[in-house]
Design a binder for this molecule. Structure first.
Ligand SMILES: Nc1ncnc2c1ncn2[C@@H]1O[C@H](COP(=O)(O)OP(=O)(O)OP(=O)(O)O)[C@@H](O)[C@H]1O
Ligand SMILES: [Mg+2]
Length: 504
């Protein structure tokens, strides 16, 4: 056995600065939305009242992006720390910043070139630039002339940056479409703005609702001018119109790091409101919502407390991880995910509300709320014949979800050859609504037919005629309705045919 030497011996040291390629590894988990949220964090920390995200186009192409704020800006010394990887400052206990890498990691995850132009009150404007792919062996940052910084800060932004403010400029953004096709770029832009509004509206909902910051998004065509900005509005995942009776309840657990508070909310029922649906879909947004300094970091998931379950989708609980509690959690550098440490699960198990409610009581209540609210909604509705052949499976699923069903053979809606011009035929013997093939091509309007074709028309017909398939025989009222629909729908079908023939 070799003797254990407690101290490792050394003989001098060698300097090993990080290879600049280390930059490549940064921000790999960023999307455009999370990267921009990281820049908004910096603006919020700088006390900005206004933030603008501006896409820059040149005719067809997207060529760059700005994030501008009217916060306190950076001094000529401050900007060098800001550009330094891991350059940290003294953080307040309400600051969103933490690692000293956000600006660089977020920017290089999306763009080849990062330019920062800033002015602190009473100081001259300053500018710096980092190029991602510069062939370098050192970490030299480019100096940008003060006049250029002045010019960029002085562009016509929707708010003033003349006292203080910061302009972050991205050039050569990898995620932008490289095409010149104006239509495609417009589609990309519309979609990006929509995603951004969803993501930022959710992540910053508390700060936006409290009026601490306004976030605007617009696009400027350098040859044609600036479009109208859209404002990011708060999306509160707990924004139900009326709370469920007896909820929310706050569960508290003592942990070695201080009291852990879990505010357990229940949506009274599923809803079409954007606050319920949320980007990513309500079903994926059940569970825990972690906030740090009022910024939402992580929206949903059970962190091992429970598996995701359709029946738990009304349950959303918020946890504020401020102060000493922060040690219980690990936040990824992109600030888009929080992982709970080993002491979280026992704390959750131990947590109780004033009235003794536990986490498992909460989950049980959530399941109950889901099934009763669903039953209540559907039970009040008139039962229908189950949908059968000819209807799109998604339509069938929705009908089954929304309406109680009669114990009867299912109703088919199928095309058939008719001798007459009638648009449809009710065949109660086979529980089939037949549609006249004559009109099929006109209604398809060039699309391909199939068993489940024209879902919109068939769903509408299902809702309209399903009732006449109920009961032992056709009543006088049913017969009159069938005649009425036949006259009107046949006229409509003929009109479809005429306009189709007219076109081809
Ligand atoms: N918009 C801005 N206005 C004023 N100062 C800024 C702005 N953006 C960045 N800074 C300065 O640059 C520094 C570095 O920003 P960066 O995002 O890289 O790190 P951080 O915010 O300190 O920490 P984190 O990595 O957690 O984001 C900030 O601490 C801040 O001093
Ligand atoms: Mg930051």
């Amino acid at each position: 056995m070799t003797a254990w030497i407690a101290e490792v011996p050394t003989h001098g040291s060698v300097e090993l600065p990080p290879d600049p390629h280390a930059l490549d590894a940064l921000g790999r988990n960023h999307s455009l939305e999370t990267a921009l949220a990281d820049l908004v964090d910096n603006s919020v920390d700088a006390g900005a009242g206004n933030v603008l995200i501006r896409f820059i186009r040149n005719e067809g192409r997207l060529i760059g992006l700005y994030v501008v704020d009217d916060g306190k800006g950076m001094t000529p010394e401050g900007i060098d720390t800001a550009m330094t990887l891991g350059g940290r400052r003294a953080y307040d206990n309400s600051d969103l910043g933490r690692f000293g890498i956000g600006l660089k990691a977020a920017s290089f995850s999306q763009a080849e070139s990062l330019t920062v132009l800033s002015r602190a009150s009473g100081h001259p404007a300053v500018g710096r630039r980092w190029l991602h792919e510069q062939d370098r062996t050192t970490f030299h940052c480019d100096l940008v002339p003060a006049e250029f910084a002045e010019t960029e800060l002085g562009r016509p932004w929707p708010f003033s940056t003349s006292t203080s403010g910061t302009v972050i400029r991205w050039d050569r953004v990898a995620g932008f479409p490289a095409v010149e096709d104006s239509q495609q770029v417009t589609t990309f832009l519309t979609r990006s703005v929509e995603h951004l509004r969803g993501h930022l509206g959710l992540m910053f909902h508390r700060l936006l609702a409290a009026g601490r910051v306004r976030i605007m998004i617009d696009a400027e065509d350098i040859t044609a001018g600036t479009g109208v900005p859209t404002e990011v509005t708060p999306i509160d995942p707990f924004g139900y119109p009326k709370p469920a009776l007896g909820w929310p309840r706050t569960l508290i657990a003592d942990s070695p790091r201080g009291p852990l508070k879990i505010v357990c909310h229940l949506w009274p029922r599923k809803s079409n409101a954007v606050e319920y649906r949320l980007p990513g879909g309500a079903e994926n947004r059940q569970g825990l919502y972690f906030y740090r300094h009022d910024r939402l970091l992580h929206a949903g998931g059970w962190e091992g407390i429970h598996a995701p379950d359709k029946k738990l989708q009304l349950a959303r609980a918020s946890v504020d991880i401020d102060g000493d509690l922060a040690g219980m959690f690990v936040m990824n550098p992109e600030k888009s995910r929080v992982t709970a440490g080993a002491d979280f699960a026992p704390a959750v198990t131990a947590a109780r509300a004033d009235d003794g409610t536990t986490m498992s009581d909460y989950l049980r209540a959530a399941e109950e709320m889901w099934s009763t609210s669903n039953q209540r909604a559907t039970a009040q509705r008139r039962a229908v014949i189950p949908p059968g052949k000819g209807l799109n499976p998604k339509v069938v699923r929705e009908i089954l979800d929304e309406l109680p069903q009669l114990p009867a053979d299912s109703l088919n809606i199928l095309w058939a050859k008719f001798d007459s011009d009638d648009f449809f035929e009710v065949d109660r013997a086979t529980q089939t609504l037949r549609l006249n093939n004559r009109y099929r091509a006109a209604i398809l309007g060039g699309r391909r037919g199939g068993l489940n074709d024209v879902p919109l028309l068939k769903a509408t017909l299902f809702l309209l005629v399903e009732n006449v398939f109920q009961g032992a025989h056709l009543g006088a009222r049913d017969k009159d309705n069938i005649e009425l629909w036949q006259n009107i729908l046949t006229a409509a079908a003929r009109a479809e045919l005429a306009s189709h023939v007219g076109r081809s």
